[in-house]
Design a protein around this ligand. Structure first.
Ligand code: ADP
Length: 475
C-alpha cells in the first residue's frame, strides 16, 4: 500500500517548517531592522535637536565656551554610545565628541552636503567617506536669529543595530522552533486518530474486496472513523450473511428440484423400458403430474420470494373488505376441504370490515395459512377462521386442530425452506417457503404475524391489518 496520505502530511509539516524559517529570516529580519533603525534615528534626532537648541546655539551665541560644550557632549557620547559632531554649513568640524579639541588642525568634511538628509533627517553610509564602516547619521540644524549656523550630527554604528536585530531574531527563531515542535503534536495526533484507523479500514476493505468477508475490522474510537469502521464491518457481515444465505438457498433449491425430477425421470424410464406395464400408466402418470405440480409450486414460490423484499417491497395498497377476501379464499379451498371432510367455520366481526393493504398479497398470506391448516389437519376436523378488532386493527386468526408444531421448531418455521420433521411425512408437496412469504408480506405492511401451537393439539396463526375508519362512525 502506498503511504501517500501520511507522506503528504509529513511533507506539509516540513513545508510549514521551511516557510516559517524563510519568513523569519527574510521578512521578520527586515522588519526588525527597519523598526530598530526608525527608533534609533528618532531618539538620536531628539538628542541632536536638544543639543542644537541648547549647547550648540549657546556656543554660537558665545554664551558658553567650546570646552564646556565638549565636556557635556563627551558624557552624552558615552551615554548614547554615539559620536556627536558640530559642523559648519560648509563642512568644517567645530567639535567631535570622540576627539580632543585641536584648533590648529582643522578638519573639513569634503563635499559635505546637508541636503543629503532632506525629508528623512538621517542618512546611512560612510558619511562623505569619513567612516570605514556603515553609520546611521542624524542631522539637526543649529539656528540663531533665523540664521543657519551649523549642524549637530550624531553618528551611531549600524553594526550595533545589526547585533540588536540578531538578538531579537533569536527570540523569533526560538519561538518558531517551539511552535514547530508543538505542531508536531498535531502530526502525532493525526497519525493516531486518522492515519492508523484509516490504514486498518483500508486493509479491511482490501480483504473484503478480495472476498474475505469474515475479516475482523477493529477500530475502537467513537468518532467518525469508528463509525465508518463499524458500518464497514456491519456491511461486510451482511454481505457474508447474504452470501451464506445464497449458498443455503441454492443448496435447498437444488435439493428440492432434484427429488421430484429424479422420481419423474425414474417413472418415465420405467415406462419406457416396460418395467411399468401399460395398464398401470394412469396411476404413474398421476404421480408424475403430482411431482410436476410440486415443481411448479416451488418455482412460483421462488419467484414470489424473489419479488418480495421487506425493505423495498412495492405495495399496491387499497381499501378492501377483508371479510370478502377470507370468504373467497375459503371458497377456493372447498374441493380440498370436501376431499378431506374438513369443515371451515367463519367467525367474522361485522359484515364488512374495510382494511388498507395490498389485497393481492394479503390474499396470498391467507392462501398459504389456509393451505397449511388443511394440509396439517386430520380428516373430519374443523378449521376456524376468526377476525376480531382491537386498537384500531383487525386480527385475522386461522386455527386448526392438526399436528401442531413442536415448541423447539416454532422460531424456525418462518425461515425459508424450513419444514418440521413432523410435517414431512404428512406433506410431500410442501416447499417450506409459504410462511416466510407470509411473514415478509405482513412485515412489509408494518404489521405482525404470530403463531400459537401445541404439538398434537393444533396451531393458530394470527396476523394484524390496519382498519380504515368508517367516516359515518367518526361523525
Ligand atoms: P410448507 O410449504 O412446507 O407448508 P411453510 O413455510 O408454509 O411451508 O411451512 C413451514 C413448516 O411449518 C411446514 O413444513 C410445517 O412443518 C410447519 N407448519 C406450517 N403451518 C403449520 C400448521 N398449520 N400445522 C402444523 N405445522 C405447520
Amino acid at each position: 500500500m502506498k503511504k501517500t496520505l501520511y507522506l503528504k502530511f509529513c511533507l506539509a509539516y516540513l513545508i510549514f517548517g521551511i516557510f516559517g524559517f524563510i519568513i523569519i529570516a527574510v521578512f521578520v529580519s527586515n522588519l526588525t531592522l527597519e523598526h530598530l533603525r526608525r527608533e534609533k534615528s528618532e531618539s538620536l534626532y531628539r538628542e541632536a535637536t536638544l543639543i542644537a537648541n541648547t549647547y550648540a546655539s549657546d556656543l554660537y551665541n558665545n554664551a558658553i565656551s567650546l570646552d564646556t560644550v565638549k565636556r557635556q557632549l563627551d558624557s552624552l557620547d558615552t551615554y548614547l554610545s554615539a559620536r556627536i559632531w558640530i559642523i559648519n554649513p560648509s563642512g568644517r568640524m567645530i567639535l567631535d565628541s570622540s576627539k580632543p579639541i585641536d584648533i590648529q588642525n582643522e578638519i573639513i568634511i569634503e563635499n559635505f552636503d546637508p541636503t543629503i538628509a532632506v525629508g528623512t533627517y538621517y542618512t546611512i553610509g560612510d558619511f562623505f567617506h569619513t567612516f570605514d564602516e556603515e553609520m546611521l547619521s542624524v542631522f539637526a540644524p543649529i539656528t540663531n536669529d533665523y540664521e543657519l549656523k551649523g549642524y549637530v550630527v550624531i553618528h551611531s554604528s549600524m553594526q550595533e543595530l545589526q547585533i540588536s536585530k540578531e538578538n531579537l531574531l533569536k527570540i523569533s527563531y526560538i519561538t518558531f522552533l517551539i511552535l514547530f515542535l508543538l505542531s508536531g503534536i498535531i502530526l502525532l495526533f493525526f497519525t493516531e486518530v486518522v492515519y492508523k484507523p484509516l490504514r486498518k479500514i483500508t486493509t479491511a476493505t482490501e480483504q473484503y474486496a478480495s472476498g474475505n468477508m469474515h475479516y475482523e475490522l477493529q477500530v475502537e474510537s467513537d468518532d467518525e472513523m469508528g463509525y465508518l469502521a463499524a458500518i464497514l464491518s456491519y456491511m461486510a457481515g451482511e454481505i457474508a450473511k447474504s452470501e451464506d444465505n445464497q449458498k443455503k438457498l441454492v443448496a435447498n433449491v437444488s435439493h428440492d428440484f432434484r427429488s421430484p425430477l429424479t422420481s419423474i425421470k425414474g417413472f418415465l424410464e420405467a415406462m419406457q423400458d416396460g418395467t411399468i406395464p401399460t395398464e398401470l400408466y394412469p396411476k404413474y402418470i398421476g404421480i408424475v403430474l403430482n411431482e410436476t405440480e410440486r415443481l411448479i409450486k416451488l418455482t412460483n414460490s421462488l419467484l414470489t420470494l424473489n419479488n418480495l423484499n421487506t425493505k423495498g417491497m412495492i405495495l399496491e395498497k387499497s381499501e378492501f373488505d377483508i371479510n370478502q377476501v377470507i370468504r373467497n379464499t375459503v371458497t377456493a379451498f372447498e374441493p380440498s376441504c370436501i376431499n378431506k371432510k374438513i369443515a371451515v367455520e367463519l367467525i367474522l366481526t361485522d359484515d364488512v370490515m374495510i382494511v388498507e393493504a395490498d389485497m393481492g398479497k394479503i390474499q396470498q398470506v391467507l392462501y398459504n395459512l389456509v393451505d397449511n391448516a388443511i394440509k396439517f389437519s386430520p380428516s373430519n376436523s374443523i378449521i376456524k377462521i376468526e377476525t376480531y378488532e382491537k386498537h384500531n386493527k383487525i386480527f385475522v386468526s386461522v386455527k386448526d386442530n392438526g399436528i401442531g408444531i413442536p415448541k423447539e421448531n416454532l422460531k424456525q418455521i418462518w425461515s425459508r425452506f424450513y419444514k418440521t420433521d413432523l410435517s414431512r411425512g404428512k406433506d410431500k408437496k410442501g416447499t417450506g417457503l409459504g410462511l416466510s412469504i407470509a411473514k415478509e408480506i405482513i412485515q412489509s405492511h408494518n404489521e405482525n404475524i404470530n403463531v400459537i401451537s401445541t404439538e398434537g393439539v393444533g396451531s393458530e396463526f394470527i396476523f394484524s391489518l390496519p382498519i380504515v375508519e368508517d367516516e359515518d362512525d367518526i361523525i
